[in-house]
Design a protein around this ligand. Structure first.
Ligand SMILES: [Zn+2]
Ligand SMILES: [Zn+2]
Length: 222
């Protein structure tokens, strides 16, 4: 940057040392003597061109322009300054490259962040979906348990009714109903408790099977 700033100062310039490609080629080919006297655009000193190229054919010198001339800014410079040469054009190029690199890096970070957010959002969606599914299954089980508890209560009522009306029942049948009643009452209560406070994901289970069995027995005998 320092060198470029110094070079930008018009006082420091040696205007006779700045050429376009075409100007320099013409000078070399048409006035080799003048060309060999060109001063360094950076230090104003000799470029040592005469010493190096006095015996060289102009066409060959022309093909070696890059060794004493910067094609970015057009300055002819001495050997020492050719190797350390920096100019506004080069600096701008370097700056632009650095900026592009930084922007690419930021873009990369942005893309990474977006991808991470998308993955997290998908995971959250999946979690919510799974939770909803569980909740739905839970409420379906609750609804089924309610139906089973209600039916068990109806069987209990049925057996109670039948056992109260001993008239017209064979004694054996009446005794059987009296024996079934407390059992079905216990099962109906257990099924109701499972509806209110389930302690597993089971619906009905053995209690419900027993209720069905008792109902079948009661129907057969009554
Ligand atoms: Zn120099
Ligand atoms: Zn330059």
């Amino acid at each position: 940057m320092e060198a470029a700033a110094r070079l930008r100062d018009p006082q420091a310039e040696a205007p006779d040392s700045v050429f376009t490609s075409q100007e320099l080629e013409e000078l070399i080919l048409k006035d080799k003597k003048a060309f060999l006297k060109t001063k360094c655009a950076e230090c104003g000193g000799t470029c040592g061109l005469a010493k190096k190229y006095k015996e060289t054919m102009s066409v060959i010198i022309k093909s070696m322009m890059d060794t004493f001339w910067c094609r970015d800014c057009g300055r002819v410079v001495c050997d020492a300054h050719r190797y350390t040469h920096t100019c506004e054009k080069l600096d701008a190029l370097k700056e632009r490259n650095a900026k592009i690199t930084k922007e690419a890096l930021l873009e990369q970070l942005r893309a990474d962040e977006e991808r991470k957010e998308a993955i997290e959002a998908a995971a959250k969606d999946e979690q919510r979906r799974a939770a909803e599914q569980l909740e739905q299954e839970k409420s379906q089980r609750k609804a089924k348990r309610k139906i089973l508890a209600t039916k068990a209560k109806q069987v209990e009522n049925f057996i109670q009714q039948r056992s109260r009306d001993a008239d017209g029942l064979r004694p054996g049948v009446h005794n059987q109903l009296l024996e079934l009643y407390p059992r079905v009452r216990g099962l109906a209560l257990a099924l109701y408790n499972q509806f209110e406070h389930p302690d597993s994901t089971e619906v009905g289970g053995k209690d419900w099977d027993d209720v069905k069995e008792i109902y079948a027995q009661a129907r057969r005998s009554a």
